[in-house]
Design a protein around this ligand. Structure first.
Ligand SMILES: [Zn+2]
Length: 517
């Protein structure tokens, strides 16, 4: 699992201060500094931690949406009554209820951890004083690392309006890498969001920083241009297939040597975690006309080496090598092909998740060796521990156990109609006014009219056009909902729901059922 795809049959990783300080062979004497270090014999297979390049994490409390029809682009579902009732309406209520925000943050972060995700996109918050910031939690956040060796990526969800491309590229120029929701859909208006960027005239030194999320509507000539400028992309196959019945032209993108990463998008139309999304990627690849697009090794690179390279973080994470951060996961078993072992794993197979040298989730026999304490959680009926201690943690979040957060969210979703009737707890302050104790709410990328421009307003851009679709005047019809289970192993309905989705290719549900068994 190093940068040259070497797989070591019997090895020991020596970790100190969050970094892999040496890699030795089993049975050999340890390096001098490690003579008294605790040794954890996993008997499993060690992989780099999974890196997710696209997720709307806040929405991951919601269950998979039974998609009612085939859509042509994201504008065609965002304002529909079904969507507002099941997705944007509930999230609007949760997001503006400050007491629930810490619970939501706790829950969705644990969902990442239990799926082997060590890096994801952040959770954006805004305060009554109009301040926006990213929640900095346990899982590494690509948008806010506070680490000069891991420069932040910028992200933007709204489309770039025609006429704003110059201002957009000025923002990209200043960034280290720039993740943009791009051409999500299949019709000409989805494609137009790509042509509106006027990529042809952009200096490759700037253009190569662009990371297109989705890119479903790009045609052959667009792909050629995209590749020639050195742009890279993030693939979310389940979400694309579920909503649009199609995904990006992945075989062509690969052939054009575009670097491809992966993201689950969100639980309402995607996988619960990257472990699941990698299975969808493998099934799509295997069933492509003309034979498999990717080897199993290449599938896993989407969430490890490629993802690190897209962020410009390849010197620090994405593979297991001396000098790199100790972001790693351990999967049970070491007899089979190592790539198949990961692709056939479910969340119960994850023995250990380590972020920057700190064990965060896994078997209690492993975690107790290092941290002593942790919160017990059941994964598919088996006992695991999560270690949520964090020096820099938000005090409102650190007060909550995962169990408390889960029960608060279950209650809130059950009582959604009543919660929606409650007045907004804190009135917004006048612009410029200062709040001594700011109340944080969720900044919901797509849906909530927060009166703040969503992610990176461009110079001269109209505030309204930078927002997602604004809620219509009539309130959505809300009914009690159930919290999405933390893992597929804990969700008796997930695979059955996938089987009923009308837009998915026929191989997907049986393929997933097999890979999860
Ligand atoms: Zn998205």
């Amino acid at each position: 699992m190093d940068d040259h795809s070497n797989v070591l049959a019997d090895c020991v990783l020596y970790v100190s201060k969050g970094v892999i300080s040496a890699i030795g062979k089993g049975g050999e004497a340890p390096p001098a500094d490690f003579e008294h270090a605790p040794l954890l014999d996993t008997g499993g297979t060690i992989y780099p931690g999974l890196i997710e390049l696209h997720n709307h994490l806040s929405y991951n409390v919601l269950r998979l949406w039974a998609v009612p029809q085939l859509y042509a682009n994201r504008d065609t579902w965002a304002g529909t009554p079904a969507y507002r009732s099941l997705i944007s309406g509930p999230m609007g209520v949760l997001g503006r209820t400050p007491s629930l925000v810490p619970a939501l943050v706790r829950f969705v972060e644990c969902k990442c951890l239990l799926g082997g995700v060590t890096t994801s996109q952040g959770i954006a918050l805004y305060s009554d004083a109009g301040i926006r910031h990213f929640y900095r939690g346990i899982v590494r956040n690509v948008e806010q690392t506070d680490d000069p060796k891991l420069p932040n990526a910028l992200a933007r969800i709204p489309d770039v309006a025609a006429g704003s491309s110059d201002a957009f590229w000025k923002e990209v120029e200043k960034a280290h890498s720039f993740l943009l929701h791009l051409s999500e859909g299949t019709n000409p208006s989805a494609r137009k969001h790509f042509t509106d960027l006027n990529l042809a005239g952009v200096d490759p030194a700037t253009a190569h920083k662009l990371v297109g999320i989705h890119c479903v509507a790009l045609e052959a000539s667009d792909l050629e241009l995209f590749a020639s400028k050195g742009c890279s992309m993030v693939w979310s196959p389940l979400s694309n297939l579920l909503l649009y019945g199609q995904t990006a032209h992945i075989a062509e993108l690969k052939a054009a040597k575009v670097t491809i990463g992966i993201g689950s998008d969100w639980s309402p139309s995607g996988s619960k975690n990257l472990l699941g999304e990698l299975k969808v990627a493998q099934l799509y690849s295997k069933n492509a006309s003309g034979g498999p697009i990717f080897s199993d090794e290449e599938i896993i690179a989407l969430a490890t080496r490629n993802a690190a390279a897209i962020l410009g973080w390849e010197q620090e994470i994405g593979s297991l090598e001396t000098g790199k951060r100790a972001d790693l996961i351990v999967i049970q078993g070491s007899n089979k092909d190592p790539y198949a072992t990961l692709l056939e794993a479910n969340e119960r197979s994850i023995e250990l998740v380590v972020i920057e040298g700190v064990p965060r989730a896994g078997l209690s026999k492993h975690l107790s060796k290092f941290t002593g304490a942790g919160e017990e959680v059941a994964v598919g009926g088996e006992k695991r521990l999560v270690n949520l201690a964090q020096e820099t943690e938000n005090p409102d979040v650190s007060k909550l156990t995962l169990a408390q957060a889960t029960s608060m969210l279950e209650d809130a979703l059950q009582n959604l109609p009543d919660l929606a009737k409650a007045p907004t707890p804190v009135a917004a302050l006048a612009p410029g006014a200062k709040s001594v104790h700011p109340t944080w709410k969720l900044a919901l990328d797509e849906i909530e009219d927060t009166h703040f421009v969503l992610r990176l307003p461009l110079a001269g851009e109209d505030v309204a056009s930078a927002r997602g679709p604004v809620e219509a005047a009539a309130p959505p019809v809300l009914t009690p909902l159930q919290l999405d289970p933390l893992t597929v192993a804990d969700d008796p309905d997930f695979l059955g729901s996938i089987a009923k989705e009308p837009n998915l290719p026929p191989y997907l549900a049986p393929g997933l059922t097999e890979l999860y068994s």
